[in-house]
Design a binder for this molecule. Sequence first.
Ligand code: NI
Length: 139
Amino acid sequence: MKTPIVCVTRQLHFSSAHRLFNQAFSAGKNSEIFGKCNNENGHGHNYTIEVTVRGPVDPETGYVIDLKVLKSVVDELIVDDCDHKHLNFDVPWLTGIIPTAENLVVAFWNRLQPKIIQGKLHAIRLYETERNFVDYFGE
Ligand code: NI
């Protein structure tokens, strides 16, 4: 029988502050493009991140990847660095990016992807609010 390929997902949460602005824009243009997210002293979000790994089901364990292992990798590489931090100032590996959900999800992917050694990182979904979320598949 062919080995089945399954996607497994772990969801985690963190809370961070950020401010969206582009140094190259005037104050007026920043405010026009980023709205409330441009508020000078930043503001917070309760983020939800969903990390999906795709791969063959190991016949001995029945796992694609042990979700406890996936959780600890995401905690170590992302959540511990970002939780209760200001993303514009406190996280060295986010320096120089506008911390939109789009840019964050790409930065998270680049950090996680080399550390997923069982199965392959398939998708990261990042919720900035309940209704606003982004997906990245590594392209
Ligand atoms: Ni915001």
